[in-house]
Every structure is written in structure tokens, then in C-alpha cells.
Design a protein around this ligand. Structure first.
Ligand code: GLU
Length: 426
């Protein structure tokens, strides 16, 4: 069976056809530079000992220290972490950050742990990976089911181990501990800027566009809210337990508020005030992918649109806010159907872009206003989106291949400048 990483390398091979990069460099990029697997013993609240397994993968550091989040999820495996680290390498290059790619994770259901158990686990993970990370080596950040509180514990633990405060070792921290303003909403905000830029290129007005969003977490809920406020008609949203649909459009701020109190989307439609705002139909997390909408936004997990269900997609545009929600096989089917897929490595890059701003602020000791963060994010991501749009059109390739061409050109240039066999033969 194809692993996630081999699926990811197919994107690399496709892009390599268009980029002047040596075969040696392409071959090198099919393998992560270093993968660490650790055991993390944790004393549980009842006095028993549980050992968790965790990973940190540094994929490629040609363009700078490696960068990428830490995920706490029952599905975390070495293959998944390696693929996510591969994506981070291309994401950082696609939006021109001075970073390579990395990823980490612990295999667990974080909701089953108490807060103190979670803190001991987070600090234990840093004890295990401390020599593998550092402000100039590898800089973690939040990912699925990790948050600023956890980043704060991790930074603190790293600083204790090294006997000096090192805020730049981790991004996505609480603002009180050196976090950047705007980091919490950056992924959704960046995705919104990309959608706006692409809709402008396509000559589409927000009011004419219906939208469905799968996933209502840190990224999905923010992008749904931004689109709602800009006049798009968001007709469906879902979380892992189910979703809601209204052909006339949903009131996203109410749903956000509702979810904060009740924690589950499926309860939205017939409790308290929300059902008074508009009536809703329910649908599953899978149904949402086949809705007849203009824009589909998978903002949950990877591997949601596959060879099995790609044919049932009715949307005209897909914006990947999650990492890897569309498989390489599904890409081919969607391409034939004329569906444009705007790839994760551009669409969700806002998170790591503001992580970069945080790292810069930590190293300079000078902190930015929210307005500065937001305007830097907007101008940089919009600029990269415009280049990717132009590559896709001039080379007649998909937006995904265009984004990989753009990223691979930058990585390839750095690899060549560092010295390859070709270089010595000249
Ligand atoms: N986990 C996020 C991502 O997948 C952010 C990574 C970062 O900020 O380093 O892009």
C-alpha cells in the first residue's frame, strides 16, 4: 500500500519535470534528513505510569532551520509525521520563509488526559527531543490538538533544560510568554487572503459564491467567519461529530459562539438560540464533501477526498485549509472534472508565516502590533498567491503543481548553490 510519504513524493516528481533541478537533488528530497522516535513516560494522576510514543522529523534544512508543528492525535504515526514534514518543507519554500520543514507528534487522545497529565506529557516530550530542536536547528509550533498553553509549557521546559530563556525555540506561544499577536487566527486569516486573491483573479464576487467548510477548529472556524463577514454565503459547516446545512446561508458568528458553549456542531440545530436564527438540516462530515456549492474548504484531517469519493465532489473550487486533505489519486480525478484545487502549501501557510514573524520578534526583542502582523501577512501571502496563479496559467498546470514548482525552484536553487555533483563537474 502506498504510504502517505510516497503519495507526497508523487507531487515532487510531477513538479520536478518543470524545474531545472538535478536528479540527485530530487532523489535526496524523497527522504527525510532525520527522524526521531521517543518514548515518553508519564506519571498519571492515579499514580500509575503510562508510556506514550512520540516523533520529531526534520525533513530538509537547506533553506534554514527546520519548522513545523506538533500534533497530539490518536492517528499519529511515523509515516504521517514524515509526510507532514515533507509538506512543511515545500510550504516554507512556497511562501519564501527562511526555513526548512519538520513535524512532530504524540500518539494519544489528548481529550482523555487531565490538564496536569497533559503538562507532564508535554514537558516529557521536550525532555526527550531537546537535543534535536533549537532556535537555529528546529523550531516547533502548534498543530492539531495542541495550543498556546502547550507551546508555553514546552518553551519553558526547553529553557529549564538549557539554563537560559529561549523563546525563539517554539512559536505559537501565549502572547505573555513571547507569542506573536495574531498567531492564533493566522491560518484562517491567511486562507481568507488567498481565497480573496483567487476570486478576484477569477472575477467572482463573494455574494455569488456558496461555501461549505469541513472542520470547525482553529483554522476552519476562522476562515468560515472571515468569509461570512466578507459576504460569501457559507451554507454548511461540520466538525468530527456532524454538521449543519442551510441553503440560505448560516450565521457563522452564532455557530462559533454556540460551539464554544456546547462543544459539538450536531447540537447546534435544535438547541437554544441558534435554531431561532435560521433553521438547519444536519449532515455528516462526509456528506459535506459532496454538496453542490461553489467553494469547498476541507479544514479537518488529511485524506478526506480520495479516489473513492472524488467523483462525487460537485464544488468548482477546493481550498485546502487542512494539510493533505486531497490525495494524489483524487487530484487526477478532480483535474479531469475541471475542479480547481488550491493547495495546502499555499492556502494554510498563514500559520507558519506568522510563526516566522514570532521567531523574528523573539530574536530581535521588538514586538509588533496586530495591524503590522496582519498587513505583513496579507501582502506576503497575496504576493506568493499571485506568482502561483501566474505559473499555473503560463505552464498550463494545476495550482498544486504550480505551487510545487514555485517551492521546488527555491529549494533546488539552494541545494545547487550548496554544491552538487553537477557543480564539481563544471
Ligand atoms: N502546524 C502548522 C502548519 O501545518 C504551523 C506550523 C508552524 O507554525 O511552524 O503549517
Amino acid at each position: 500500500m502506498a504510504t502517505l510519504l510516497t503519495d507526497a513524493s508523487r507531487r515532487l516528481e510531477r513538479a520536478a519535470q518543470y524545474v531545472p533541478i538535478s536528479d540527485d537533488a530530487t532523489e535526496r528530497l524523497k527522504f527525510p534528513k532525520a527522524s526521531l522516535k521517543v518514548a515518553i513516560p508519564v506519571r498519571m494522576d492515579d499514580g500509575s505510569l503510562r508510556v506514550f510514543e512520540g516523533y520529531r522529523v526534520r525533513y530538509d534544512d537547506t533553506r534554514g532551520p527546520t519548522k513545523g508543528g506538533i500534533r497530539f492525535h490518536p492517528g499519529v504515526s511515523l509515516d504521517e509525521v514524515q509526510s507532514l514534514a515533507f509538506w512543511m518543507t515545500f510550504k516554507c519554500a512556497a511562501v519564501n520563509l527562511p526555513f526548512g520543514g519538520a513535524k512532530g507528534g504524540i500518539t494519544l487522545n489528548p481529550k482523555a488526559l487531565s490538564r496536569l497529565e497533559l503538562e507532564r506529557l508535554s514537558r516529557g516530550y521536550i525532555n526527550a527531543i531537546a537535543p534535536f530542536i533549537g532556535p537555529d536547528l528546529d523550531v516547533p509550533a502548534p498543530d492539531m490538538y495542541t495550543n498556546p498553553m502547550i507551546m508555553g509549557w514546552m518553551m519553558d521546559q526547553y529553557s529549564i533544560i538549557n539554563g537560559r530563556r529561549s523563546p525563539a525555540v517554539i512559536t505559537g506561544k501565549p502572547v505573555s510568554m513571547g507569542g506573536s499577536r495574531g498567531r492564533d487566527t493566522a491560518t484562517g486569516r491567511g486562507a481568507f487572503f488567498v481565497i480573496q486573491a483567487m476570486m478576484a483573479q477569477l472575477g467572482k464576487s463573494p455574494e455569488a459564491m456558496t461555501v461549505a467548510v469541513q472542520g470547525f477548529g482553529n483554522a476552519g472556524s476562522v476562515v468560515a467567519r472571515q468569509l461570512f463577514e466578507a459576504g460569501y454565503k457559507v451554507v454548511a459547516v461540520s466538525d468530527s461529530k456532524g454538521g449543519v446545512y442551510n441553503a440560505g446561508g448560516l450565521h457563522i458568528p452564532d455557530i462559533q459562539q454556540f460551539k464554544q458553549t456546547h462543544h459539538a456542531m450536531k447540537d447546534v440545530y435544535c438547541k437554544d438560540t441558534v435554531c431561532n436564527v435560521a433553521s438547519h438540516d444536519t449532515l455528516t462530515n462526509e456528506d459535506i464533501l459532496a454538496l453542490d456549492v461553489d467553494i469547498l474548504i476541507p479544514a479537518a484531517l488529511e485524506n478526506q477526498i480520495t479516489a473513492q469519493n472524488a467523483a462525487s465532489v460537485q464544488a468548482r473550487y477546493i481550498f485546502e485549509v487542512a494539510n493533505g486533505p486531497v490525495t494524489a489519486d483524487a487530484d487526477e480525478i478532480l483535474d479531469k472534472k475541471g475542479v480547481s484545487v488550491f493547495p495546502d502549501i499555499l492556502v494554510n501557510a498563514g500559520g507558519v508565516m506568522v510563526s516566522h514573524f514570532e521567531w523574528v520578534q523573539n530574536r530581535s526583542g521588538l514586538y509588533w502590533t496586530l495591524e503590522k502582523v496582519d498587513s505583513e501577512l496579507r501582502s506576503r501571502i497575496t504576493q506568493e498567491a499571485a506568482v502561483i496563479w501566474q505559473i499555473a496559467n503560463s505552464k498550463a498546470v494545476s495550482f498544486r503543481t504550480a505551487a510545487y514548482i514555485h517551492a521546488l525552484s527555491r529549494i533546488g536553487e539552494a541545494l545547487n548553490d550548496r554544491g552538487t555533483r553537477d557543480y564539481y563537474l563544471q
